[in-house]
Design a binder for this molecule. Structure first.
Ligand code: GTP
Length: 235
């Protein structure tokens, strides 16, 4: 196995499946299965999930809502997704713990780094909810931050495209995919992988980012097994 401990970043939108809003239970089930296959191999899995399928702070702000208020709503959206994912994983007999950056003790454990690591060592999947707990930070930044804190080998960013391309492959069919790229090149070429806060935090801490298609069955497993899937961003 290529990795021992991974931080999987899932977008909230991915949970929508073919819907326009909310959570598609079939998509959740598929993800739970993909994650279970990886944990069965002894890989330690932590997950950060976005909330964009329910609410985006930035979108709220662009409609006149106070940004901090909007971001708080977005953080709660990630908790909703975290609970949904936790349910789906448990349905698949995967033991999980949900920890939130903002205390909602009746619903989930508060985020405690040492406890999170202990859970992982015991083979539990740990889902981190409520982003970093601060407004103005994305869940990508939360994912990088948590990955560094728990000493993950890499951050695996599950998207609907299978890597980083020279241009947006959904807009230009001529675009070609990178198998490997450096952090420096991503910035120089103006490519979008994560927002700059998340990206530079990852670079500074030498945390590799792998962008891959999470919707293709078996991809996550192949990736952690060492197959060349997606694009690896490294120093
Ligand atoms: P170990 O100490 O390794 O046995 O971990 P554990 O998570 O099994 O033990 P703990 O006694 O901390 O938790 C038992 C259950 O209660 C788990 O399902 C936790 O997720 C849950 N739990 C622990 N702390 C909290 C909390 O503050 N709020 C909520 N809602 N659940 C919690």
């Amino acid at each position: 196995m290529q990795y021992k401990r991974i931080l999987l970043k899932l977008s909230g939108e991915a949970l929508m499946g073919d819907r326009q809003y909310g959570i598609d239970p079939n998509r959740l089930k598929e993800y739970a299965k993909e994650i279970k296959d990886v944990t069965n191999k002894g890989i330690e899995v932590a997950i950060v999930i976005g909330g964009g399928n329910i609410f985006r702070g930035v979108a709220g702000a662009s409609n006149g809502m106070d940004r901090v208020q909007g971001d708080h709503m977005g953080m709660l959206a990630t908790v909703i997704n975290g609970l949904a994912l936790q349910s789906a994983l448990e349905e698949a007999d995967v033991i999980t713990r949900l920890q939130t950056a903002i205390e909602i003790k009746e619903i989930a454990e508060p985020y405690i780094k040492r406890k999170a690591i202990r859970h992982l060592e015991k083979g539990r999947v740990v889902i981190f909810g409520a982003g970093t707990g601060n407004p103005y930070f994305t869940t990508d930044t939360a994912a990088v931050l948590r990955a560094i804190e728990i000493n993950a080998d890499a951050i695996l960013k599950g998207t609907r495209v299978d890597g980083i391309y020279t241009e947006d492959p959904e807009k230009n069919a001529e675009a070609t995919k990178f198998e490997n790229i450096t952090f420096k090149d991503v910035i120089e070429k103006g490519l979008k992988v994560m927002d700059m806060t998340a990206f530079t935090l990852s670079e500074e801490n030498k945390l590799p980012i792998i962008v891959f298609d999470m919707n293709k069955k078996g991809n996550l497993f192949k990736l952690v097994s060492g197959e060349k899937i997606g694009t690896v961003v490294n120093i």
